[in-house]
Design a protein around this ligand. Sequence first.
Ligand SMILES: [Zn+2]
Length: 208
Amino acid sequence: MDINHAILYSDRITTIYEDVIHKFNHSAIVYPKNNNLLAIYFIHPDLFLNLFHDKGGAIWNRDYGIILSLNKTLNSSFTHEIIHSVTLGSPDSKCVNIPFWFREGIAQFYQNDLNNGYFSIEMIKSSINNKLIYSFSDIINPSLNTQYRSFFYNQSACIVGYLIKVYGESRVINIFYSNGDFYDNLQLVTGHDISSIENMWLDYIHSL
Ligand SMILES: [Zn+2]
């Protein structure tokens, strides 16, 4: 990838970074390695599409850092990607086999939460009405062009929000930093297997 380095500074970016580091209590791998810089690249939307074949416009990459398309809303996109970097890209990340819904759900949940964004229960309800709720085992990396992509992210954020509400923020966050398989770690925190959790979540959604 041919991208020049730049050093940028913004108070809002610093605040988001500090909020996330404080909440997750673990640091991200920094890029370029060994110089304590967190690399954030801003690139043209066409270049983003060419490089990543993805209309999402924001990506965290283990080798390069955070890459944002210039047409994205900076605060929420940056929040989402910095959360990937402290959960999936922390030197302390120990959990393996983290499913799509948890990886994206936690980033999407805090993207909304830390930016006073809305959390769309209405979208979840309309998803139910339109039979767009996916089973947990089907919430895998969605086709990037699917029109239902926002439903995947919203449903994933809703599931994570439910887990945080019931089991507490620190226990849910700590799953990333616990040794072992994701579903074993989740069972240690909740006392339930994934199919029970799914049924409990569905009951919760229907009760809203
Ligand atoms: Zn993401």
